[in-house]
Ligand binder design. Structure first.
Ligand SMILES: *Cc1c(COP(=O)(O)O)cnc(C)c1O
Length: 401
């Protein structure tokens, strides 16, 4: 098959729901990807947040191979070992809680929405934030605070109120008789790498305690070591009532998970919610391998060290190039805010063999694997600088001289 033929098959047979980049990848290892022409790429946005261990981590491959040769699937009305071990490990890593398994971030948030309503006994309203992203199913979409994702899909489920991020007064005023939960990302990933203020999060936790509300933290993108803590909420010293996870937990396989305190878990019974594939033995083994690799290979401390290194390098670029307005994030989840759209920068980096992302039009998003090396960061920064250097300098605004 020739390349244009493959692109044609996509065009004719696959729904056009993604903005496609014309690269055909065939192989991946760590922070490296190879395309069909054997061109090598340095991947600083592996799997859209899935690749916290990089591509094809040997521990994950080994676990999946082993499990597939024994038992690929068993439904959730039976018992199996991998799921039990994974649930126990996640509860150990979080707080006294119980786990519900599903297959994606949207489903995990959907479960959080349903279980909050069940817990609320008539209270149903969930407060969410502007520029948040919680997924594409109707409930998760209604929770998402960005109109661009919602347009064309009305009517969305009722019971969501979207308020300004990081504004405590607005949040307090939004809580009413029917409010049952506050749902947030501690770093808004799709919204432009917006970091929640510590004071705001502590106050939100307190508000939830006072009003018997659930604090739902969506860690689908921030979780599993991305911010150099296992979970981003640990930076804030709070305990959420519900945490949702997905992306990186499966090491590349589809996984979703909702972890909820006993007071929520205890309101549920058989038949109230379900997912056929949720927590199957193969993905459970993969997820266990991910957690084990993070521990054994000391990836949290590497993420911290490499995150600081990358930040210093980016700050140095900021000093040199007025195109860069600011840098924010935690650990290895960093955003570089530009004074103009970043699409061409992403494309030029790609030509030079570096894959990064741009979110919210003007924020370059860098999320390399947690096991990234200094050498790879140096290379990525070299490419990024070559590209930025060639950008037209930002036009001066009125009043500037
Ligand atoms: C990606 C993402 C989701 C949705 O996850 P899917 O697996 O695509 O359904 C939800 N919340 C956040 C914060 C995300 O980054």
């Amino acid at each position: 098959m020739k390349k244009p033929q493959l692109f044609d098959i996509y065009k004719e047979n696959i729904m056009p729901t993604y903005t496609k980049t014309p690269l055909i990848f065939v192989k991946g290892k760590g922070s490296r990807l190879w395309d069909i022409d054997n061109k090598e790429y340095l991947d600083f946005f592996p799997g859209w947040g899935v690749g916290n261990l990089g591509h094809c981590h040997p521990k994950v491959m080994q676990a999946v191979r082993d499990q597939i040769s024994k038992l690929i699937f068993i439904p959730n009305n039976y018992y199996q070992l991998p799921q039990a071990k994974l649930a126990r490990e996640l509860v150990r890593l979080t707080f006294p809680a119980k786990v519900f398994f599903c297959n994606s971030g949207a489903e995990a948030n959907e479960a959080a929405i349903k279980f909050s309503r069940k817990f609320g006994k008539g209270r149903f309203e969930i407060i969410t934030f502007e520029n948040s992203f919680h997924g594409r199913t109707l409930g998760a979409l209604a929770a998402t605070g960005q109109k661009k994702y919602q347009t064309g899909f009305a009517p969305l489920p009722e019971g969501f109120k979207t308020v300004k991020f990081n504004d405590l007064e607005v949040l307090k005023n939004a809580v009413g008789d029917k409010t049952v939960a506050i749902m947030l990302e501690l770093i808004q990933g799709e919204g432009g790498i917006n970091v929640a203020d510590k004071d705001f999060v502590l106050a939100a936790r307190k508000l939830c305690d006072q009003k018997n509300l659930l604090l739902i933290v969506d860690e689908v993108q921030t979780g599993v070591g991305r911010t150099a803590e296992m979970f981003c909420y640990q930076h804030y010293g709070i305990t959420p009532d519900i945490v949702t996870l997905a992306k990186a937990l499966g090491g590349g396989l589809p996984v979703g998970m909702m972890i909820a305190k006993a007071k929520i878990a205890d309101t549920l019974g058989p038949g109230m919610h379900a997912s056929t594939f949720g927590g199957g033995p193969v993905i459970s083994r993969a997820a266990l391998a991910v957690l084990e690799a993070i521990d054994k290979e000391k990836l949290l401390s590497n993420a911290k060290e490499m995150g600081e290194y990358l930040l210093v390098k980016l700050e140095a670029l900021k000093k040199k190039y007025p195109l860069i307005l600011g840098i924010r994030g935690k650990g290895l989840m960093l955003g570089v805010e530009l004074s103009s759209p970043g699409k061409s920068i992403v494309e030029d980096c790609m030509q030079k063999g570096l894959l990064i992302n741009c979110t919210h039009e003007v924020v370059l998003r860098l999320m390399p694997a947690l096991n990234v090396s200094k050498k790879d960061i140096d290379k990525a920064i070299r490419i990024l600088e070559e590209v930025i250097k060639k950008q037209p300098s930002p036009s001066k605004g009125p009043g500037d001289i």
